[in-house]
Write a protein that binds this ligand. Structure first.
Ligand code: PEP
Ligand code: MG
Length: 591
């Protein structure tokens, strides 16, 4: 075997296999002069900084327009967010103050402010929001480059069939690559939900991130395979490995063609039972992918995405974001979940005190009810956006009925104020609750009398039922969505919804796991909401199973004592059908 063959393991950030020649992208950090500025030069230094902001904004606007034409508005949205960061008055004014007060260069003052901002984001215990640091760094890099009079990096010199290997790659850089020359990406840092990864997925570029040392060790020009399914990079692969991945790539291309031809097939089981397949969306730009992948609605729109900046967005900003989504999906429904801040999500944007157990603390609906102005602004934005299609309101982290009643009060007030002000809106949006706290699951029968729909938030329901933190790696082996205790609660929720004749869906991650989907359907959950990318494969699973089998398996699962036993009976009974629906790599491969 070739002695220089090396495998780098990272995180699978965008699926597919790419084979090409490495282009090792050297990061050129613009210099940050540490000298002091003479008092007489302070005004000029301040102007140099504000001029740089204007120039970078112009360039980002040009990128946005070009990306809009080449890749559509969903990707272009990312640059809207960057423009908003560039327009942040607080960042600008604080930088100007530092230039004046400390006599620092514009570069040094701006770098200082951005370092503080990035550190703040990095501490957030939420992978998605932490990943927004990439956008901040992108902006910082562009402004510093502009201030130092330099040009952006040499990605323009790329040849065809290139795999870019970089320590870090900015979202703007990836978006400018396009698909003509670049086959795939390998990035040493970051996670699967960074904007760079999001763009890579939207562009369909197989990507592995978090490879740590690949950019230092892989030489430009050497052959590289990016395995975006497994999160592995093969540098200088020997002939058998290359042969294996070439044939694997052909197999995947065939699979993609098949799935795309089958996109419009109905989401029904073999015995013709309709299962509604919806999309979870975290960012407005995901809506197009949701639609093109056949989503029959948005099952949950997490609204935390609007809270990436320093300040909370106002009613108008929220209205515009929700309206875009509701309009695009019309006449299909869009379930807008009200703010689920706190716990592991961005509590820094509100005034909260440190807590010993944030997951059990001031979060979700609790924050909203305690800060009625914040909550009412969001409700008004939703009621206004509902005019453009079909919007439903979903309350997170509800643990007792009193919270629903109080939320109804705020909704009624919001509607009355909009009516008094003559603002177009809909006051009759359906109101549902996330069932993600055991108390809500156990008393689902009472909840069902008081709300229009249920959405099972199993990501949280599992952690609260099993007392296993969803974000702690040490106990990850105990985090088991198929644990019969969780299944009993889900059954209770499904039965309560059915008795009251209201819909019960699921928006937790377990819905995209084929074995779990079978059990959920068997328990009576006939509406599944998953990430847009997961929809086509899940539809294949649905089309391969019978409701009868699912019901029997679910009943049997409730008699078992562990999640692994549940998985085993599903495999034994319908493993072959699942495998046909969602083929995995052949056994005995070269890896
Ligand atoms: C859940 O808890 O299952 C859920 C969908 O919400 P989140 O992951 O945002 O907490
Ligand atoms: Mg949740």
């Amino acid at each position: 075997m070739n002695p220089s063959y090396h495998r780098y393991t990272g995180v699978a950030a965008s699926p597919g296999i790419a084979i090409g020649k490495a282009f090792t992208h050297a990061e050129v950090r613009p210099s940050v002069p540490q000298r002091r500025v003479a008092s007489a030069r302070v005004e000029a230094e301040r102007t140099r900084f504000t001029d740089a902001l204007v120039s970078v904004a112009e360039s980002v606007r040009r990128t946005r327009d070009r990306v809009d034409i080449e890749h559509g508005p969903d990707l272009a949205q990312i640059f809207e967010a960057q423009l908003a960061m560039l327009a942040d008055v607080e960042v600008r004014d604080r930088t100007l103050d530092i230039i004046s007060e400390r006599l620092w260069t514009a570069e040094r003052a701006f770098a200082e402010i951005m370092a503080g901002l990035c550190a703040k984001f990095e501490q957030i215990d939420n992978e998605y929001l932490r990943a927004r640091v990439g956008d901040l760094r992108d902006i910082e890099q562009q402004v510093l480059t502009q201030l130092s009079g330099g040009a952006l990096s040499g990605l323009q010199t790329l040849r065809s069939n290139t795999i870019i290997i970089a320590r870090d790659l900015m979202p703007s850089e990836v978006a400018q690559l396009g698909r003509r020359l670049v086959m795939g990406l390998v990035i040493d840092v970051g996670g699967a939900t960074s904007h760079t990864s999001i763009i890579a997925r939207s562009l369909g570029l197989p990507t592995v991130v978090g490879t740590e040392s690949a950019s230092r060790r892989i030489k430009s020009g050497s052959r590289v395979i990016v395995d975006g399914e497994e999160g592995v990079v093969h540098a200088l692969p020997p002939a058998p490995v290359l042969r294996y991945f070439r044939s694997e790539r052909r197999r995947q291309l065939r699979r993609e063609r098949e799935l795309s031809e089958r996109r419009s097939l109905p989401s029904v089981t073999v015995d013709d039972v309709k299962i509604q397949l919806c999309a979870n969306i975290d960012l407005p730009q995901e809506i197009d992918l949701a639609i093109s992948n056949g989503a029959e609605g948005v099952g949950m729109c997490r609204t935390e995405f609007l809270y990436l900046g320093q300040r909370l967005p106002d009613e108008q900003q929220q209205y515009e974001a929700y309206r875009t989504i509701v309009e695009a999906m019309a006449p299909q429904p869009v379930v807008i979940r009200t703010l689920d801040l706190g716990g592991d999500k961005l509590s820094h944007s509100i005034d909260s005190l440190p807590e010993a157990n944030p997951m059990l603390g001031w979060r979700g609906i609790r924050i909203c009810l305690d800060t009625p102005d914040l909550f009412k602004a969001q409700i008004k934005a939703i009621l206004r956006a509902a005019v453009a299609g079909q919007a439903r309101i979903l309350l997170p982290m509800v643990s007792n009925l009193d919270e629903v009643e109080r939320a109804r009060g705020v909704i009624a007030e919001a509607a009355a104020e909009l009516a008094a002000a003559g603002v177009e809106h809909r006051a009759d949006c359906d109101l549902g609750v996330m069932i993600e706290v055991p108390s809500a699951a156990i008393t689902a029968r009472q909840f069902a009398q008081n709300v229009d729909f249920f959405s099972l938030g199993t990501n949280d329901l599992v952690q609260y039922t099993l007392a296993v933190d969803r974000g702690t790696a040490r106990v990850a082996n105990l985090y088991d969505p198929l644990h019969p205790a969780v299944l009993h609660l889900i059954k209770q929720v499904a039965d309560s919804a059915q008795a009251a004749d209201i819909p019960a869906g699921i928006c937790g991650e377990m819905a995209s796991d084929p074995e779990a989907a079978v059990i959920l359907i068997g328990l009576g959950i006939l509406q599944l909401s998953v990430s847009p990318m997961a929809i086509p494969e899940l539809k294949e699973v649905i089309r391969a199973i019978r409701l009868d089998d699912a019901v029997e398996l679910a009943a049997q699962a409730l008699t078992l004592t562990s999640g692994s036993q549940v998985r085993q009976i599903v495999q034994e009974r319908i493993g072959e059908a699942l495998h046909m629906a969602r083929p995995r790599r052949p056994e005995g491969d070269i890896r």
